[in-house]
Design a protein around this ligand. Structure first.
Ligand SMILES: [Zn+2]
Length: 141
């Protein structure tokens, strides 16, 4: 019996809390363009819950462990250095990420910054499932 399986009496075992990671690097578009769907398919949505409606091939990684998730963010920020990192060092961003993810199961971390290469860099760790008793849209149990 796997976790998340419906036991047939209205009881659904909890899915292990985890985070799905998404990445977008490119031009930033205003919300109006996002609403009109005039943006690349992997551009960040306006609402956080809409991340989990993305096709599975947009999920770049899935983590059940806070430190593994923080290590992923560190790699992404190191590869795409924020243009304002002198004022808000990567180390501080990572500490904030760690605190947020540890504070409560179900917390998301969403980054958006301009890189020194003038690209909009969006990196998101989206908690899944969103509510008790829900399934993971990607089949993680
Ligand atoms: Zn999931």
């Amino acid at each position: 019996m796997s976790r998340g399986e419906d036991l047939g009496r209205g009881y659904v075992a909890p899915v292990t809390q985890h985070w799905h990671a998404y990445a977008y690097t490119g031009r930033a578009y205003p919300d109006s363009a996002v609403r009109r769907r005039e943006v690349p398919a992997d551009h960040p949505p306006i609402e956080i819950k809409d991340w989990l409606r993305r096709p599975g091939d947009q999920v770049v990684a899935t983590f059940a462990d806070v430190e593994a998730a923080v290590a992923w963010v560190e790699g992404e920020l190191t590869q795409n250095p924020p243009v304002d990192q002198e004022h808000f060092p990567v180390w501080d961003r990572l500490e904030r990420t760690r605190e947020t993810l540890r504070l409560a199961a179900g917390n998301d971390v969403v980054y958006g910054h301009y890189s020194k290469a003038q690209q909009y860099v969006s990196r998101a760790l989206i908690a899944c499932p969103r509510e008790a008793g829900q399934y993971c849209p990607y089949g993680v149990t």
